[in-house]
Ligand binder design. Structure first.
Ligand code: ATP
Length: 551
């Protein structure tokens, strides 16, 4: 067919239509159709009984070879199955046959339920445990949307008495699971239903962003590895049940399968993390030895005269030892910016020299009406060629200190006795012009910006491999340091190494805050990726922390 384009599709179809079994099925279908049209009626509707009567009769007269052969044929499993199918169809009784109720049921057993589930490849969607006190096998949880849940017949707390006629009393859960996994088709359970009021309240849907990687296979605590759901940092999960304080039930929100699986609860994960930390006495890592780099970036672009402004500032609020909160899950809601409303604040982070300024500059040039930068504050004297509110907002040292005290700065620092800082007001000012505000700050300040007002979209710019850095940064320059503030120096091997190790530490400590990671290998490609990511955030529906949706 002309619309079958890929060779794999073609190959697949070709093989499928060539299958013998498919041809047989088609033939059977045609035959059935043929008979159906003739509306046949069964001659007998219990061929099985007829055959068994016949066999009894013949048994006593096993004289001829023919009789012996006939008996042999009739006792073949295939023939028996065929007769059984014949009878089922002839009698038109397609309901499963329930095993007869035992006659000797004691009084205490009068509430026993016999349940028959037809098992396909799908797992049952239930976990069991042993009651330590009574030794009984109890249904521990029912996975939302799974086969057991959908049947509506099995509930948490039900006691399993028998599986396919085998009593499970005194058996270990693993042994019961083995019986289950070995049985095919219909499985019959004898269950003593739990005496309790089943909470029937519908769970509200909750979506969370996972802030850590999880693989149930590596988790020794999970009660059933097969029931676990693995996920990666950044994945959006729908939490469907939080009844259990330790194991929540959740599914990937894009997953077509409605069945939930187990994930560690927020509280449990936090507890584990705390234990792990105290066990290893983990020291929060110090990020980058080239301190105050972020502050320097924040100011450099906004200065007009580049020559005089290539200098470094001491960062005062340099809380480099800050540890992020334990990253587990963050509740999120879908969000789309309405046209005319404020843009999300774009925060660029990355190690010194990775190219944040370069990317900001390119964005700004690409659309100066759309993107904007903050104007910093300083306590130093205004120079001849400068104007207030253009390069800087010039304020007195006294006022600057009062503003620091009143938490008016996103971040600030001191260089050569003068304060420099980016105020929250300067961010608001760009946003209120309906522009996308591009900000690069030190990582620890992100958490102060995480609010409904700014809804920061944090982009982490990552260096490529050291080999690629060597290749691509041949002509790259970074601002040297205080000793020689007017000159830029070429990037050295040490700079490359520092860039890579700083990036690694940043990702380990703050990775859960990054909504987008861009590798700045080839500049044009990195810029295109950044532009694309920003476009998406502006126009498409995406997830943001739920607390940002109600301001
Ligand atoms: N992908 C790239 N390929 C080649 N050179 C690049 C690339 N990205 C940035 N550069 C160059 O690397 C140098 C450092 O870039 P830039 O000043 O933008 O870094 P930065 O992250 O802002 O650094 P700092 O923290 O030191 O301010 C510049 O000379 C820039 O042109």
């Amino acid at each position: 067919q002309p619309h079958v384009q890929s060779p794999e599709d073609h190959y697949f179809l070709h093989n499928m239509f060539g299958e013998k079994s498919l041809h047989s099925l088609v033939k059977i279908h045609e035959k059935l159709k043929h008979y159906e049209d003739r509306s046949p009626t069964p001659v007998v509707n219990s061929a099985e009984t007829l055959v068994s009567d016949l066999a009894n009769d013949l048994q006593s007269k096993m004289v001829s070879v023919e009789i012996r052969e006939l008996l042999k044929l009739l006792s073949k499993p295939h023939v028996k199955s065929l007769l059984s199918v014949h009878d089922t169809v002839a009698q038109g009784s397609y309901d499963p046959e329930l095993p007869p109720l035992p006659d000797d049921m004691g009084d205490e057993e009068d509430s026993v339920k016999i349940i028959r589930l037809v098992k396909n490849k799908e797992p049952l969607g239930a976990t069991i445990k042993r009651d330590d006190r009574t030794g009984a096998i109890i249904v521990a949880r029912i996975m939302k949307g799974g086969a057991a849940d959908r049947s509506g017949l099995i509930h948490v707390g039900d006691e399993l008495k028998e599986v396919n006629g085998t009593p499970v009393d005194g058996k270990k859960p693993e042994e019961v699971i083995l019986i289950l996994s070995e049985s095919e088709g219909a499985i019959t359970f004898k269950i003593a239903p739990a005496v309790k009021d089943e909470p029937s309240t519908k769970e509200p849907k909750m979506f969370v962003r996972a802030l850590f990687d999880y693989d149930p296979q590596d988790d020794r605590a999970i009660p059933c590895k097969e029931a676990g759901v693995s996920f990666r940092r950044g994945d959006i999960l729908q939490v469907m049940c939080q009844d259990d304080g330790t194991w929540w039930q959740a599914r990937h929100h894009t997953d077509a399968n409605p069945r939930a699986g187990l994930i560690p609860s927020k509280q449990f994960q936090e507890r584990r993390f705390a234990q792990r930390q105290s066990a290893t006495l983990l020291q929060p890592q110090k990020i980058s030895s080239r301190r105050s780099s972020a502050l320097r970036r924040s100011f450099r672009l906004s200065r007009r005269d580049k020559k005089t402004n290539k200098s470094m500032y001491e960062c005062k609020k340099s809380d480099l030892y800050d540890t992020a909160d334990v990253p587990t899950y963050e509740e999120v809601a879908s969000y789309q910016r309405q046209s005319g409303t404020k843009h999300r604040l774009v925060v660029l982070v990355g190690p010194t020299g990775v190219g944040l300024n370069e990317l900001k500059r390119k964005l700004l040039i690409s659309d100066p009406q759309h993107f904007g930068l903050t104007i910093p504050h300083t306590s130093r004297q205004k120079r001849m060629q400068e104007s207030d509110g253009v390069e800087y907002h010039f304020i007195s040292r006294h006022l600057f200190e009062a503003d620091i005290h009143n938490n008016k700065f996103v971040e600030y620092g001191e260089y050569k006795g003068h304060y420099y800082g980016t105020s929250l007001e300067s961010v608001r000012s760009v946003l209120s012009k309906n522009k996308v505000c591009l900000l690069d700050v030190q990582l620890h300040t992100i958490k102060h910006l995480r609010s409904a007002e700014f809804k920061p979209f944090v982009v982490f710019v990552k260096p490529p491999s050291i080999e690629r850095l060597r290749e691509t940064r041949k002509n790259a320059k970074i601002i040297s340091s205080k000793e020689d503030k007017n000159s830029a120096k070429a990037l050295t091997e040490e700079d490359f190494q520092e860039m890579i190790s700083a990036a690694r530490q940043m990702e380990a400590q703050y990775g859960h805050l990054f909504e987008k990671v861009i590798v700045n290998d080839d500049l044009t490609t990195a810029f295109a990726q950044l532009r694309e990511a920003l476009k998406k955030v502006e126009a498409e529906t995406h997830w943001i922390p739920v607390s940002w949706t109600h301001s």
